[in-house]
Design a protein around this ligand. Structure first.
Ligand code: GLA
Length: 402
């Protein structure tokens, strides 16, 4: 994918002004956040449990309807304006992606408009779009989910249709799976739609139901960006997913009621795991134990037991590192460093893995010292300057009124 320019995030008023200057008509503005996952990694695509929170970083889309059957999309981050017919923007783009072209920033909005059209949403008259975002890219914080959801609610805002947030999340996931070609689960798009300020969201990815998990007021979410993203990430994600499905198939032969790993237990694995290739067994063990940790973590939050929550994060990291093999040396350095800092309850890799960020739960009073120690320690160990963000849990997708 081409590299975005390092442009500062414009304010909402600046995005509105840019839209007006580019297209000569005012645009309606919509925002959708990225996310950080507190616990529950690689469980969403086997109907399991996750506990992410929406973050203070978001994509913003300004939209105005057109009548000439064109989609004209202006990316602030990539400083590129594309002007194509709806057909070229959606169908030709889809075909060239399928033919093996590399992913381009416009594939995310195109995929969403494609999925909305497939669902019967009128899109053929076209749109003018201005797209900006400040979710760090390639950092495992779901910049793609934020662009997808912001585009979806923007396009829906031009119609009289009122789709429920879970349906919007599913259509965005469909865009990423079928159009862009990444086999992600539902977590990112779901929390980008349904996030709530000061709450993590415990999502049941089978029934698409969620419960809010209030983040205790004396604790902050600190995100440490390792600034590395190993190029294997995308291929490994898809192959992990295939391994999980292979494992579920083997268990299902013995217990047909196992629809997905969510239904399996460690006892099942102990009984029939020997029929699995060793890697498949390890991947399944991660998912089964991780689901149990998410449920325990939700209970720990409920009674503000941060020590227990932190211990579950520690175990989750070890499982993701050793059984799921989705960590890397830079991330392990960040997790180990965090474990030594006063006031840090827990730290783990967050998101798809193979680089990206760690999520840390840190006592509010210790955040400044934590940030400083992490920056210095990581720099000394790797020569890389990390980016460190403190985010509160924020609201999900919404229209912006200026
Ligand atoms: C990526 C995917 C999510 C989820 C995580 C791992 O972020 O988009 O659906 O699978 O990885 O937990």
């Amino acid at each position: 994918m081409m590299k975005p320019k390092k442009v500062p995030m414009p304010t909402h008023a600046e995005i509105a002004a840019l839209h007006l200057a580019t297209f000569n008509v005012p645009g309606a503005l919509y925002a959708a956040p990225g996310r950080v996952n507190l616990i529950g990694e690689h469980t969403d695509y086997s109907d399991g449990f996750v506990m992410p929170a929406a973050i203070d970083f978001a994509a913003v889309v300004a939209i105005s309807p057109r009548t000439d059957g064109r989609i004209v999309a202006n990316s602030v981050n990539y400083e590129e304006l594309l002007d194509k017919t709806v057909h070229e923007f959606l169908d030709d783009d889809f075909a060239s992606l399928r033919a093996g072209r590399k992913v381009h920033w416009s594939d995310y909005p195109a995929g969403v408009i494609w999925a909305l059209r497939e669902h019967g949403v009128p899109v053929d008259n076209g749109f003018s779009l201005t797209i900006a975002g400040n979710v760090p890219l390639n950092a495992g914080l779901s910049s793609s989910g934020s662009v997808e959801v912001a585009t979806a609610i923007a396009v829906l805002g031009t119609t009289s249709l009122d789709l429920p947030p879970t349906k919007i999340a599913l259509l965005c996931q469909r865009a990423e799976n079928a159009f862009v070609g990444a086999n992600c689960g539902i977590m990112d798009q779901f929390v980008s739609c349904c996030g709530q300020q000061d709450n993590a969201v415990m999502i049941d990815c089978r029934w698409l139901e969620f419960q809010l998990a209030p983040i205790p007021p004396n604790v902050r979410i600190v995100i440490c960006n390792s600034m590395v993203r190993h190029s294997i990430a995308r291929g490994e994600f898809n192959s992990r997913r295939a391994e999980i499905e292979h494992g579920a198939d083997i268990l299902r032969k013995h217990r047909p009621e196992i629809m997905a790993l969510r239904d399996a237990t460690l006892a099942d694995l102990n009984k029939w795991g020997s029929e699995m290739p060793p890697n498949v067994l390890k991947r399944c063990r991660h998912v089964i134990t991780e689901n149990a940790r998410v449920l325990a973590a939700a209970d720990a939050f409920r009674v503000s037991n941060l020590t227990h929550f932190g211990e579950l994060m520690r175990q989750a990291h070890i499982s993701l590192r050793d059984d799921f093999e989705a960590s890397c040396k830079e991330i392990d350095i960040l997790v180990a460093l965090a474990g030594k800092q006063p006031g840090c309850f827990g730290a783990r890799l967050t998101g798809g893995g193979f680089g990206g960020c760690t999520v840390n739960l840190v006592a509010a009073a210790n955040v400044a010292a934590f940030t400083e120690a992490m920056r210095a320690g990581y720099q000394e160990a790797t020569g890389i300057t990390p980016e460190i963000y403190t985010s509160r849990a924020s609201n999900g997708a919404h229209a912006i009124t200026l």
